[in-house]
Write a new protein. Structure first.
Length: 326
């Protein structure tokens, strides 16, 4: 029956073993056969070679020249690829520029050239040799006067004269808010200070290095207002300089007057000491002459008169004797 079915009968030793044990024995047998065949396969297999790296291309001058060579076709392709973005950016820039030109406030700038003469400018020098520090002192004096041109006193005069504290151009609400926020502890903000600060931002001064000419630039929304502000600044600058020079002259005059008074008091004290010395040594003066000198002069005159009388008497006596003898 077993031959008819085509299956191999199990060996006699495994007839009493369960199917699971039979499977385990088969696995162990196959594992042993694999371990026995592994050294043979290792000996017969071909050696494994590592992969060769790809060659690195070398950079030569010819390749650099080819890379830097201008290819108009490639350039045209790049431009055509970015043409849409270029048009979009150009259109956006044009719109932004037009909006800024329409919405921004126009400003006009007026320039004024001012000649600032340095003090103590000598046309003809007294010394034969010129002093080395004279030119430097003149330049420093001119630069000091230039700083007065944009000083707070000059700008305050302009703000008060033109009423810029009430001008909306110089009283910006944004600046007012920022200034008031910065000075909350000091109370309400002063419109004069805000207008003065706004005016200082629109005024600039440039000096010429080869001369004593200073250029004043003033910006405003209209040319007329810029001209008025420029003229007011020049006028206030001249008044401030005159005030400073008058104050300096007043201080110099007061110093000279005080020095002259001190010298006068010293002279009076010296004259009193001289008179006291004359009185103590009997050297008093009368009619501009000392007493001793006047006395000696009188004695000399009296002696001269006495000598003349003696001479006249001697002559008379000699004449009488001569007449009596005859």
């Amino acid at each position: 029956m077993s031959a008819a079915s085509g299956t191999t009968p199990p060996p006699a030793a495994d007839s009493g073993i369960s199917p699971l044990e039979r499977i385990a024995n088969a696995r162990r047998a196959s594992r042993a056969r694999l371990q026995q065949d592994a050294p043979v396969m290792a000996r017969t297999s071909a050696p494994v070679t590592p992969p060769t790296p790809e060659p690195v291309p070398t950079v030569t001058l010819d390749k650099i020249g080819d890379f830097l060579k201008l290819d108009f076709r490639r350039l045209f392709v790049w431009l055509r690829a970015g043409l849409v973005w270029a048009f979009m950016l150009a259109a956006a820039g044009g719109v932004i520029g037009a909006a800024y030109g329409l919405l921004s406030k126009q400003r006009y700038t007026v320039t004024t050239e001012i000649l600032i003469n340095p003090a103590n400018l000598q046309v003809v020098e007294n010394d034969v040799y010129s002093q080395p520090g004279q030119v430097d002192s003149q330049i420093l004096n001119a630069r000091s006067k230039q700083r007065i041109l944009t000083s707070g006193n000059v700008l305050a005069r302009v703000v008060d004269e033109l009423g810029l504290a009430n001008d909306p151009e110089f009283l910006d609400p944004d600046q007012t808010a920022s200034t008031s926020g910065a000075a909350v502890s000091g109370g309400n903000s002063d419109p004069r200070l805000i207008a003065q600060k706004s005016l200082a931002e629109r005024v600039s001064v440039a000096a010429d290095e080869t001369s004593f000419v200073t250029t004043l630039a003033v910006s405003a929304e209209t040319t007329g207002k810029a001209i008025l502000i420029s003229q007011a600044i020049v006028k206030a600058f001249q008044e401030e300089l005159a005030k400073a020079e008058a104050a300096g002259a007043g201080r110099a005059a007061a110093a000279l007057e005080g020095r002259l008074g001190q010298l006068k008091r010293d002279v009076q004290a010296a004259e009193e000491k001289v008179e006291s010395y004359r009185r103590s040594h009997n050297l008093s003066a009368s009619n501009g002459q000392h007493v001793s000198s006047r006395t000696m002069t009188q004695l000399n005159s009296e002696i001269g008169e006495a000598q003349s009388r003696v001479i006249a008497a001697q002559a008379s006596y000699d004449a009488l004797i001569a007449s009596g003898v005859n």
